[in-house]
Design a protein around this ligand. Structure first.
Ligand code: MRU
Length: 351
C-alpha cells in the first residue's frame, strides 16, 4: 500500500536483513526497523512491533530463512531446529506463524537458498491471497454499506492489502460509498490506532467507536455488515480472533446482520478439530493497566489508567463458534462456516 507516495509491504527481506514497519510507533510515527538475526525478528514479534496473523507469518518465514543462512555460515546444523522452536514460541494463536516456520524450515533442510525462496513464497502468497479476498469480499458490499470491523485486519496485519479491510478497499476503489465503524480494540487499540490510520490514508469515511458501542449501533439498524479477520480457524469453523470478536458475532446474529470472517486458507488448521483446541495467548497485565501515546511535544509516554493495586486479566483472543459465522471469505471463494465446506475448500488445488 502507499504511504507518503511510496509503496510498502509490512515486512520484506534484503540480503540477510529483514525490514518491517514498526506498528508500535503508528499512527504517530512511520518508522522502518531492521532485524539482522532471527532472535531480533522474534523480539519484534513478541513485542508486537510487527503483528497481525499474516504479517507475523511472513516475519516468521524470513526469521527462519535468516536462521538457515546462519546455520550454514556457522556450521551449526542444530540451529534450524533451535530457531524454529524459538520462532514458534513467540506468539501461540495465529496459525500463519506456524505455517510459515514449517514451510521455510523444511526448505532450509535442503539449502539456505531454498529457505530464502520459501520465505519469499510465503510472503508473496500472503499478499496475493489478501488481494484476491478483496475481490471476493467486494461482492458482499452494496453501495452505501455500513460496515463494522474489529481489531486491525488491514494491510498492516498482513504483507499487503489485508483481509477484512481488503474488500472495503476494493469496494471504495470501485466507486461504492462505504462507511466503516472501527472498533477501538482495547487494550492495544489496533482499531483506533491502525485500522483508523489505514482508512484515513485511503480516504475511506469512518469513525472509531468504543468497543462496547457495537451492540447499540447494531440494535439501531446502523450496521449492514460485520467483517473481521481471523488468527486461526478450526476444522469445524470455530474461529479465534482478537478478543471482543465473539461479542460482535453474537449481537450480529441477534439483529440478523451478516457476520463474515475474511481469511486466507493458510489460517485454517485442520489439526484443530474445534475451537476448544486453539491455544489462546494471554498477554501481560501491563497492557490493560497502562496506555501509551504521545504528549504535546510528540514524546511517547506511558501512563497508568487503572486503579493502583488491582491486577488485570488480558486474554488476547476469543473463539467464535461457527454457528455465529455467516461465511468465510477466502482467496478461493466464499464458503459457509461448516466442516464439510471447509474440508472441500482445502481439498481443492490452489488455482
Ligand atoms: O494481537 P494482534 O494484533 O496480532 O491480533 C491479531 C489480529 O490482527 C486480529 O485478531 C485480526 O483481527 C486478525 S487478522 C490479522
Amino acid at each position: 500500500m502507499r504511504v507518503n507516495g511510496t509503496d510498502y509491504r509490512t515486512v520484506w527481506m534484503e540480503g540477510h536483513t529483514v525490514f518491517y514497519i514498526d506498528q508500535n510507533r503508528l499512527p504517530f510515527d512511520f518508522i522502518i526497523n531492521k532485524a539482522t538475526s532471527y532472535e531480533a525478528c522474534c523480539v519484534a514479534i513478541r513485542e508486537m512491533q510487527i503483528r497481525g496473523a499474516g504479517a507475523i507469518g511472513a516475519m516468521a518465514g524470513f526469521a527462519m530463512a535468516v536462521a538457515c543462512m546462519e546455520s550454514v555460515r556457522t556450521a551449526s546444523p542444530d540451529l534450524i531446529r533451535i530457531a524454529r522452536r524459538e520462532i514458534e514460541s513467540t506468539r501461540p494463536t495465529a496459525r500463519n506463524l506456524f505455517y510459515a516456520a514449517e514451510q521455510v524450515a523444511e526448505a532450509g533442510g535442503r539449502s539456505p537458498e531454498e529457505a530464502v525462496k520459501a520465505a519469499f513464497r510465503v510472503a508473496d502468497r500472503d499478499a496475493a491471497d489478501s488481494q484476491q479476498i478483496g475481490e471476493y469480499g467486494n461482492s458482499l458490499i452494496a453501495d452505501g454499506c455500513r460496515i463494522l470491523t474489529h481489531c486491525n485486519a488491514g494491510w498492516l496485519a498482513f504483507v499487503d492489502f489485508g483481509t477484512a479491510l481488503s474488500p472495503i478497499y476494493r469496494a471504495h476503489q470501485a466507486g461504492k460509498k462505504v462507511f466503516v465503524y472501527a472498533g477501538e480494540t482495547r487494550p492495544r487499540s489496533q482499531g483506533a490506532r491502525l485500522t483508523a490510520w489505514e482508512l484515513f490514508q485511503e480516504g475511506i469515511p469512518h469513525v472509531i467507536i468504543p468497543d462496547h458501542a457495537g451492540a447499540s449501533l447494531m440494535a439501531q439498524g446502523k450496521v449492514d455488515l460485520v467483517l473481521t479477520g481471523a488468527d486461526r480457524i478450526a476444522a469445524n469453523g470455530d474461529t479465534a480472533n482478537k478478543i471482543g470478536t465473539l461479542e460482535k458475532a453474537i449481537v450480529a446474529r441477534e439483529y440478523g446482520i451478516p457476520f463474515y470472517i475474511a481469511a486466507p486458507t493458510s489460517t485454517f488448521d485442520l489439526a484443530c478439530a474445534s475451537g476448544e483446541e486453539i491455544e489462546i495467548e494471554e498477554r501481560s497485565e501491563e497492557e490493560v493497566l497502562f496506555q501509551e501515546g504521545p504528549d504535546e511535544a510528540g514524546v511517547l509516554r506511558r501512563i497508568r489508567v487503572a486503579s493502583p493495586g488491582s491486577h488485570a486479566l488480558n486474554p488476547a483472543f476469543d473463539v467464535t463458534p461457527a454457528k455465529y459465522i455467516t461465511g468465510f471469505i477466502t482467496e478461493r471463494g466464499i464458503i459457509e462456516a461448516s466442516e464439510s465446506a471447509i474440508g472441500k475448500l482445502l481439498a481443492q488445488e490452489p488455482p
